[in-house]
Design a protein around this ligand. Structure first.
Ligand code: PLP
Length: 455
């Protein structure tokens, strides 16, 4: 290897050879990309040595900051043993120990761990498990092979995950490839589809869901939901008690509840998992983003002993769950996930997070007075600020105005990395963000919204 390429060279090569996710490349190549070379704590550092606060936790994955010594060490120690061996027909220590630890911290009643590589695959696995479970349990009752999900849901980008998702912009193009599902209106208090107000509404948006479950339970394998907060929808929270009612209804109508905790898991909402807020246990739970503290791709689908037992049988009964990936149970990822849980314990991450959640709420208050701000939504250490053209009518900015994107560009020039969702500015800092760093992020964000000029 000769000298490392210069920033200019890297930019040229990026523009010539790469295709970035969720990116209009025609626009991408008109600007110089930021090329991140290093990180430290809540900061990202580019190839020119410039520092930026990581306001998105590198898209919702990082928990304890970049270059955490415990996580760095865990990776180095594991690599001195082995990087990868297959999980098909073999096992490995980090994957075994991690499964035990995950079951310890997961909602009570979840007892089995099935590994994969990312949030989308964890969801695919939950869907396939649910369908096969019902086939094997009551073959005579006919197929239970469709799913109910909320509108605005996001469960990943693979075809099964897209089928149970409903973000028009991402999904409409692929309709011909998707399997049919049932959809229900989500609770969205700022833009209530029923034009009611919480709490006098008595969460009336549950009623249509009850109707669907009652009418279609014979066809429904499961109800998949992002518990507490539909994150990719633009941080759309569910009112207290909503999840509990959904759990009750699923149990009553014999439908598996699939909790997609890919975004909400690992402390983001202030508890280890969002389901804990309502003390419910789903039948299947998908986890990924924070699982390795944001270091490596790893995911898991957790389930109950009841579902697991539904797959037991003689070899030639073919009740085996025929699903797996080349990197299932990857030892490096599992070693990092174990280190991640060590950090939670040793640093009392969740305890120390509580005052910072309150501080974030306090720092968000003054945003209400800003001209462009229509709504502010926060659960735990996840927050969304929705920009609107007219605060009275809640009229959104048209898509082509790119209001969120423009605020994010201003913020970047001031040293804060954000990734908006349409007109919603999303703030999801690492849990380890210090009080000063959080104040700094919010100061930059406020200045950036104030600077925004739209005619
Ligand atoms: C990010 C996300 C996914 C998809 O995870 P990937 O690792 O990007 O495939 C699924 N569900 C939710 C709730 C997510 O936020």
């Amino acid at each position: 290897m000769g000298r490392p390429p210069s920033t200019r060279q890297l930019i040229n090569w990026d523009h010539r050879h790469l295709w970035h996710p969720f990116t209009q490349m025609q626009e991408w190549v008109q600007e110089d990309p930021l090329i991140i070379e290093r990180g430290k704590g809540a900061y990202l550092i580019d190839t020119e040595g410039k520092k930026y606060l990581d306001g998105t936790s590198s898209i919702w994955v990082n928990l304890h900051g970049h270059r955490h010594p415990v996580l760095d060490r865990a990776l180095k120690q594991q690599i001195d043993k082995i990087a990868h061996s297959t999980f098909l027909g073999l096992s490995n220590p980090p994957a075994i120990v991690l499964a035990r630890e995950l079951i310890r911290i997961a909602p009570k009643g979840l007892t089995r761990v099935f590994y994969s590589d990312n949030g989308s695959t964890a969801v695919e696995i939950a869907l396939k498990m649910a369908v096969q479970y019902w086939q094997q349990l009551h073959p005579e009752a006919g197929p239970k092979n469709t799913f109910l999900h909320l509108k605005l849901a996001y469960h990943g980008d693979t075809i099964g995950a897209v089928s149970v998702g409903n973000i028009e912009l991402f999904h409409s193009r692929f309709k011909p490839l998707l399997f049919p599902t049932l959809e229900a209106e989500p609770p969205h208090c700022y833009r209530c589809p029923l034009h009611l107000t919480y709490p006098t509404c008595k969460v009336a948006c549950i009623d249509p869901i009850e109707q669907i479950l009652k009418a279609r339970h014979r066809d429904l394998a499961g109800f998949i939901i992002e518990p507490l907060m539909q994150a990719a929808a633009g941080m759309v929270p569910q009112p207290a008690g909503y999840l509990t009612r959904i759990r009750e209804l699923c149990s009553k109508h014999n439908i598996l509840l699939i909790a997609d905790e890919v975004a909400t898991g690992f402390g983001r909402t202030g508890t280890m998992f969002a389901c804990e807020h309502e003390q419910i246990t789903p039948d299947l739970m998908a986890i990924s983003k924070g699982l390795t503290g944001g270091y490596m791709p790893l995911a898991a689908t957790l389930t109950t002993e009841e579902i697991y037992r539904g797959f037991l049988g003689k070899y030639d009964e073919f009740k085996t769950f025929f699903h797996g990936h080349s990197f299932t149970g990857n030892p490096l990822g599992c070693a990092l996930a174990l280190a991640n849980l060590d950090v939670f314990r040793n640093e009392k991450t969740l305890v120390r997070l509580q005052p910072k959640i309150k501080l974030l709420a306090r720092l968000l208050q003054p945003f209400q007075a800003l001209l462009h701000v229509g709504d502010i939504r926060q659960i735990g250490f996840m927050a969304g600020i929705e920009l609107v053209r007219d605060r009275m009518t809640k009229e959104p900015y048209p898509f082509q105005v790119k209001a969120g994107h423009r605020v994010a560009s201003i913020a970047r020039s001031k040293g804060l990395i954000l990734r908006p969702i349409g007109n919603v500015l999303v703030l999801m800092p690492p849990l380890s963000t210090t009080v000063d760093e959080l104040k700094n992020m919010m100061k930059i964000l406020k200045e950036s919204i104030e600077t925004l000029q739209i005619d």
